[in-house]
Design a protein around this ligand. Sequence first.
Ligand SMILES: C[S@@+](CC[C@H](N)C(=O)[O-])C[C@H]1O[C@@H](n2cnc3c(N)ncnc32)[C@H](O)[C@@H]1O
Length: 368
Amino acid sequence: MMTQRPPKPAPKRRPRPPAPEVRRFEANVVEGLEAIARRELSVHLDRRVTLHRLPKAGVAPGAFRFDYAGGLRALLRMRTVQAIYMVRFYAIPRPRALLGDQAFRALLEDIALVRAAHPPQAFRTFFISAAGENTAVMKRLRTALAEATGLSEGFEEGDLLLRVRRPLDGREGWEVLLRISPRPLATRSWRVCDMEGALNATVAHAMVLMTDPRPYDIFLNIGCGSGTFLVERLLAGPARRVLGCDTNPEALACARENLAAAGYTQVAELHDWDARRLPLEDGSVDALCADLPFGHLVGSHADNVTLYPALLTEAARVARPGTLFALITHEVRLMQSLLSESTVWRPVNEQRIALGGLNPRIFVLQRI
Ligand SMILES: C[S@@+](CC[C@H](N)C(=O)[O-])C[C@H]1O[C@@H](n2cnc3c(N)ncnc32)[C@H](O)[C@@H]1O
């Protein structure tokens, strides 16, 4: 007689991990770099990020919002944004209500989340930026925050920066924006030597991305100054060679310090070459970046009239056909006139940005 086997127990289903909470963020970028910063976020954060459409009511120029469901550490790796804030809307009539039980608990939860993304001692001070910073209510809020977080009050800009403001889209209530890093993301820890005229690192990073970096590239930065492009190129990914040249020995010394701080002494090459006469073979370079003397802090307008054409000609000689060259300058007319006559460089993009009260342009050129 056949014995019947007992039925197999149904396989135990593993409980699904809870879906990460979707939170709202605001990114601050150099005006004009919104598109490239949005691309960086979508490439690196993939499906976890939903970008709000641009232009979006409620956000000032140079800023955009997004919803994101994932760890904050991934956001801290974004390199084309100046700063990222976690945004929470409070349906409250006035800031005093932030001291209410529910609102204050939500605020502390957000603060704990931000602090948990960093080493324990990263935040020591906090600062609240708000209209009416010195009102009695703000003072009470500061006292309550100091007590609950153990942080002391900072001046002007604390490690933990909170901005309390009305939503710009006109909704009734208040928003608290909490910066997710103790310093703006644009403040790079590798910058141990600062040079007058050094380029904002987020702009340099965006320009590196505009050259479509690949691991087999020979990358050249003419007029490398303090080495901003060299570090940012290596942060964007490996390269076959990364070369920087400058005629100013002080600039090269500064670049050396910054490269050492970034841990790139062995991988980047610094040279005292004049970029008008490069000891490189024809067609030997795959990508180029330059932050040409604007003629204000560095160089002069009169010199630029002869310097720029010489640099463009020599860069074209060393660039292989198809090479992308991203350069930034404030000499817009001079550049446009040189490019209109160029038979070696084809302009593929021109982007105006807002930087330190000036409106320089980024030109992306392709070697014909
Ligand atoms: C605006 S600064 C570059 C700043 C740099 N991007 C940084 O972040 O520090 C321009 C640099 O071009 C260099 N330069 C000017 N003429 C040059 C030339 N003919 N060859 C090489 N470098 C040159 C200057 O010495 C200066 O360091």
